[in-house]
Design a protein around this ligand. Structure first.
Ligand code: ACO
Length: 319
């Protein structure tokens, strides 16, 4: 038994916001610095008050439509987000309610930018065990809410958005292999070290990052986990048709592709237009490449993510 992707969907709020637009809003930055260091040219930023469930709902509806699956027939909904609507209930339950599904298991996964790869691996295991038949897996984020707009070293890097896939139990492949890892000793290099306590925000509610430490860590683990997942499936990285790494930074993406020997034309890139959308980055890039016809049925697609924790995860799909 395999878990097979039968539909993808995504959603980006509003119009693209260019690097020049950010400078015009008073951030002490410029297009040349951002493009050279990160490859990011624009990102989408949600209106104040927009929630992850609102973005995730539209991505989910698009994935369900492509899959030809009614929301009522889902028996599992997993949402990867680090910007949930509320402390509780989960964003998965909120989306479930908006979709009109009753009875599916619904919960959130918090693994930051690796969140979608974790959620996909978890849903795959539910399906392969035989306990569930149809799963909706969503990555949805409103990272603009947790950015310090006075910190030019981080606020230019991120964007908002959502992506989703529908998985179905199938005799034909299918997700071929998955992996998930974490190293909590690295929590200090990327975090939002705040908390709501007795009605007050304690600590720091904004994203903080040691960019150079993140860069080195990300390249190492993205290369290692791609090798690990390919080995589990009995293939080499040279056999991949497409590599979809977490879309954080073009230099991390290129360094990972180079380490793995995957040529640039087989690497799907959306960071230039989306920025880093955390848990939404991989399903957004996947949906774009499915809908524009680059990814075809039967091809081998490796998706991988890395994020705060530190966490990292990957899945090899025979699409
Ligand atoms: N515009 C203009 N100048 C800037 C900006 C900006 N937006 N941000 C920082 N600078 C300046 C700094 O103030 C500094 O100036 P100084 O030398 O006068 O003090 C100079 O640029 C260099 O700053 P550094 O932080 O050392 O820049 P660095 O070359 O390390 O690049 C970057 C920063 C792009 C964040 C890099 O470290 C990187 O790519 N890291 C990877 C991190 C990443 O992608 N994180 C995404 C989230 S993590 C994840 O998803 C896994």
């Amino acid at each position: 038994m395999y878990a097979r992707v039968i539909g993808t969907g995504s959603y980006l709020p509003g119009k693209p916001v260019s690097n020049d637009d950010l400078a015009a809003r008073g951030i002490d930055t410029n297009d040349e610095w951002i493009v050279t260091r990160t490859g990011i040219r624009s990102r989408h930023l949600a209106e104040a008050g927009t929630t992850s469930s609102e973005l995730g709902l539209i991505a989910a509806q698009r994935a369900l439509e492509m899959a030809g699956v009614a929301a009522a027939d889902l028996d599992l909904i997993v949402v990867a987000t680090s910007t949930p609507d509320f402390i509780f209930p989960s964003t998965a339950c909120i989306i479930q309610g908006k979709l009109g599904n009753k009875g599916a298991a619904a919960f959130d996964v918090q693994a930051v930018c690796a969140g979608f790869t974790y959620a996909l691996g978890i849903a795959e295991k539910f399906i392969v065990s035989g306990s569930h038949k149809k799963a909706l897996v969503i990555g949805a984020e409103v990272f603009s809410r947790i950015l310090d707009w006075n910190d030019r070293g981080t606020c230019v890097l991120f964007g908002d958005g959502a992506g989703a896939v529908v998985l179905e139990a199938s005799e034909t492949p299918g997700i071929m292999a998955t992996a998930m890892h974490a190293d909590g000793s690295q929590f200090g290099i990327l975090n939002v070290p705040g908390q709501v306590c007795s009605g007050q925000v304690t600590g720091d509610p904004f994203l903080r990052m040691d960019g150079q430490a993140v860069f080195k860590f990300a390249v190492r683990v993205l290369a290692d986990i791609a090798e690990e997942v390919c080995a589990k499936a009995g293939i080499s990285t040279a056999d991949l048709d497409w590599l979809i790494p977490h879309q954080a930074n073009i230099r991390i993406i290129e360094a990972t592709g180079k380490k793995l020997g995957v040529p640039r034309e087989k690497v799907i890139v959306s960071v230039d237009r989306h920025g880093n959308t955390s848990a939404a980055s991989v399903p957004l890039a996947l949906d774009e490449a499915v809908r524009d016809g680059r990814i075809q049925r039967g091809q081998k697609v490796l998706v991988e993510g890395v994020g705060g924790g530190f966490t990292w995860g990957a899945a090899l799909l025979e699409f």
